[in-house]
Every structure is written in C-alpha cells, then in structure tokens.
Design a protein around this ligand. Structure first.
Ligand SMILES: Cc1cc2nc3c(=O)[nH]c(=O)nc-3n(C[C@H](O)[C@H](O)[C@H](O)COP(=O)(O)OP(=O)(O)OC[C@H]3O[C@@H](n4cnc5c(N)ncnc54)[C@H](O)[C@@H]3O)c2cc1C
Length: 190
C-alpha cells in the first residue's frame, strides 16, 4: 500500500527502487522482483469506499462490489459479496422459482437488509484507515499503536471479536431451507 497521491513520486524513483522496497518488505519475493521490468508491469488500484444510493431498478439488482466498493482493510470484500448473495437468495428464491411475482419491493428488501451491515463495516474500515494506515503511510517516525490494540496483546481472548466481526459480519446470513431447493428449471430459464 502507498499513500494516496504518491504514485507519481514512486514512478520518478524508478522501477529499481520499487523492486528494492518490495525485496526489503517481503524478502520471500526477492527472487521474483526482476519480473517487474518497467512500470508497465505495475498496476495501481485506487482504494474507494462507497455505496450505490439505490441498489435496484426493475429487472436489475446490484450486490457485492457492484453495490458497494470496500477498502482492502480486513479483506472483507468477498465476505460481504457472499452475505449479500445469501440474503438475495433467501428473499428472491420463491419468486425466482415461480411461486410469486418478482417485485421491486422484494429487490428493495435486499438493499434494506444488507445496507446497514455494509455501512457498519465500511465505517470500521474508514476508522482503521484514518487512525492507523494513513499514519503509518504518511508518518516518518515510529507510530504508537492505538490503546485498543494493546488490549488485544494483554487479553488474547479479545482478538476473537474483530475476527468474528470481519468473518461473520454484523448481520449473519444463513441460507434458508427454501432457498436451498430452487428447482433446476428455475436456475436455467429458457
Ligand atoms: C487485488 C485485490 C485483492 C483483494 N483481496 C481480497 C481479500 O483478500 N479478501 C477479500 O475478502 N476480498 C478481497 N478483494 C475484494 C474481492 O475480490 C471482491 O470484493 C469480491 O470479489 C466481490 O465479489 P463480487 O461477486 O461482487 O464481484 P466479482 O468477484 O468482481 O465478480 C463479478 C463477476 O462478473 C463478471 N462480469 C463483469 N462484467 C460482466 C459482464 N458484462 N457479463 C458477464 N460477466 C461479467 C466478472 O468477470 C466477475 O467474474 C480483493 C480485490 C482485489 C482487486
């Protein structure tokens, strides 16, 4: 990760400097950094944290990355995408298997259910970004860990809390029995 806006400076320092940084930070990659011949081999992925105001239109539903861009903090993009998919399956499976109309209200319920957990995790990511990552990337001296991290060192049992929060999300999703058994024909409409 690099601080926002510092990509040009990195480029000016040259590909050799980037190779050296990578080797120093991750020595197990040192044998492979020569694969980076020039900055054409390097892709910049700009971090964004945002959400669509409206996740659906008649005939269209956005979930996962299509509905909300997550920051890499916590590595939760896949978790959120799967949780959205489970919520959508639970809410829409009956209609998709022909047991009722697939209305706009049903699509809206997917957003209603998943928007709040998305906001909570994004708020957590923004706090970590501002309080820890930005300070580390922008700072020159030693960064003092926030007091919460000290608590994790002295009370290891507390480490389970962020793991649960990130792994299971703030609203747990489980596939409902009726959503497990969508008839094959409904999966592949002709
Ligand atoms: C470099 C990188 C590292 C990441 N690391 C992590 C991590 O460690 N942990 C984590 O949880 N998340 C991580 N993520 C985020 C994670 O990959 C995404 O949040 C997650 O894949 C979102 O799932 P999705 O199903 O919403 O979208 P996607 O996985 O992007 O799925 C969308 C699919 O739609 C397909 N598609 C696009 N357009 C069309 C079209 N017109 N027709 C048909 N198909 C189409 C695409 O090919 C793709 O297969 C990372 C992302 C990146 C870029």
């Amino acid at each position: 990760m690099i601080a926002k806006g510092s990509a040009d400076r990195l480029k000016r320092q040259g590909i050799g400097s980037l190779r050296d940084h990578i080797s120093a930070l991750a020595p197990f990659l040192a044998d492979h950094v020569d694969d980076l011949q020039s900055f054409d081999d390097v892709k910049l992925l700009t971090v964004a944290v945002d959400r669509l105001p409206l996740w659906h239109k008649p005939g269209l539903l956005c979930i996962g990355d299509a509905a909300h861009a997550m920051s890499p903090v916590g590595g939760v993009g896949i978790n959120l995408a799967i949780q959205d998919a489970i919520a959508a399956a639970n809410l829409l499976s009956a209609s998709l298997s022909g047991k009722g109309p697939l209305t706009d209200q049903l699509l809206a319920q997917v957003q209603e259910r998943r928007e709040w957990p998305t906001k909570v995790i994004q708020a957590f990511q923004v706090v970590v970004q501002k309080r820890i990552i930005s300070r580390v990337l922008g700072g020159t001296g030693k960064v003092k860990p926030p007091w919460l991290l000290w608590l994790f060192i002295y009370f290891p049992i507390l480490r389970r809390l962020p793991a649960r929060l990130l792994g299971l999300g703030v609203r747990r999703e489980r596939i409902a029995p009726q959503a497990r058994a969508i008839p094959q024909a409904a999966n592949h409409p002709r």
